[in-house]
Design a protein around this ligand. Sequence first.
Ligand SMILES: NC(=O)c1ccc[n+]([C@@H]2O[C@H](COP(=O)([O-])OP(=O)(O)OC[C@H]3O[C@@H](n4cnc5c(N)ncnc54)[C@H](O)[C@@H]3O)[C@@H](O)[C@H]2O)c1
Ligand SMILES: N[C@@H](CCC=O)C(=O)O
Length: 483
Amino acid sequence: MVQPHRHRHVLGVTHNATNADAAAAVTAAKKAAPMWRALSYADRAAIFLRAADLLAGPWRDTLNGATILGQSKSVYQAEIDAACELIDFLRFNVHFGQNLLAEQPLSSAGMWNRFDHRPLEGFVYAVTPFNFTAIAGNLPAAPALMGNTVVWKPSPTQQFAAHFTMRLFEAAGLPPGVINMVTGDGIAVSEVALADPDLAGIHFTGSTKTFQTLWQTVGQNLTGYRSYPRLVGETGGKDFVIAHASAEPDGLVTALVRGAFEYQGQKCSAASRAYVPRSLWEGGVRDALAATADSLTYGDVTDLANFGGAVIDARAFAKHAAALDLVKNSASCTVIAGGTADDSEGWFVRPTVVECGDPEHEIFTTEYFGPILAVHVYDDARFEDVVKQAEGIAPYALTGSVFATDRRAVDWASNALRYAAGNFYINDKPTGAVVGQQPFGGARASGTNDKAGSWHNLIRWTSPRTIKETFVPPTDHTYPHMG
Ligand SMILES: NC(=O)c1ccc[n+]([C@@H]2O[C@H](COP(=O)([O-])OP(=O)(O)OC[C@H]3O[C@@H](n4cnc5c(N)ncnc54)[C@H](O)[C@@H]3O)[C@@H](O)[C@H]2O)c1
Ligand SMILES: N[C@@H](CCC=O)C(=O)O
């Protein structure tokens, strides 16, 4: 039973930044660059470690609370995001950045070769999504740790928590001009930032479409830049769970419920398509999945009895409602749980399970980014055919899971799905990657796979200079064979 709640989304700054605001932010970033680059890595790292300590202490409730109210996260989902994951990003980045700086070339006798891990020449433009406060904080912080100054454009629907994240960085001692936050939809900001010769990189997380637009604009402006901008983007997904007949059913059902419906399915990693063998489906998985989905309470997230809350905004609600209409009108689809949406008070979409006989239906290829799980039921003997079909049917390659107790099935599917997911899970849900444990990111239409919170990501924000210093320079130009 849904407890309707008129959800308040943007309690923070709502100003839509203009070209002039963007120009001021770019100017501030450029002005602060020499000061910030001149600081030692240890001094920069100390600021972000202090931010992590503050977040583990007095700032924890502030950022969790802002994430609960602003993004409609449950207390649990806010805690694993705003507090835990952001603390992990801040601390692990410092550790991985230190390892990166320690990476040095060989030096033969008589010379000293070294890398000078320079920050990029210019500013980094960080554009962040609504769904994770941790990602929003990490995208400006990671390039800044490596010595870059940043223009940060958070999502309007994450602005409340973004506002406090910026205040947290300031409280930790981040000097003015290092991270310059601009608010709003980003259109006017991009007009300025992407046309600036000093654009050194984009650190993006959000939809595939937005990233492609930014990349295309950079391509159009390419000859105007001082350097080739580094383009790092983590984008959409159509994440799968494929069960083999040997799968353990209770674990499968729990993974589907948590993977598809936590935070209303608004995780890029959310399970949105599943492939289940008929023996398991008819042997109890169908009924258990439908009953559990129907039992989930979505409502006011300040009521701790609720499992989830509203979807992020009216646009998302309309997209989900349209998807539900589509499947209800598709002969090959049957809604077995949920299937309703109600915006009379708040934007609520019921956790929905759709059984669909046509594995090419758009419900298996389109990212709706809501609590809608498509299930294709297959004859047990067709496991390999189903895996091959699922591998390439969607354009994305972000996360995916295989459930099986048969080791040969696990091994075969892991190989067959090698390029289908940047984060691959065996007997686990496809969500909930932990920084430092499951470095996160995907390829194909899901992004550049630069693994947020790892050295793979940090390396994109440095431009190494190789220095060779010869201790005793040669003074004879002739070769030994010349006598
Ligand atoms: N792969 C990952 O790690 C990951 C993580 C989180 C979210 N996501 C993806 O993010 C999407 C959901 O997030 P969203 O709805 O915030 O995405 P979105 O693309 O709508 O917005 C992302 C950001 O881009 C901004 N934006 C849009 N157009 C812009 C422009 N022209 N210039 C500058 N900024 C612009 C938005 O205001 C927002 O800050 C989903 O597709 C999800 O899969 C991916
Ligand atoms: N890193 C998160 C997903 C981030 C995208 O929304 C997870 O693994 O669930």
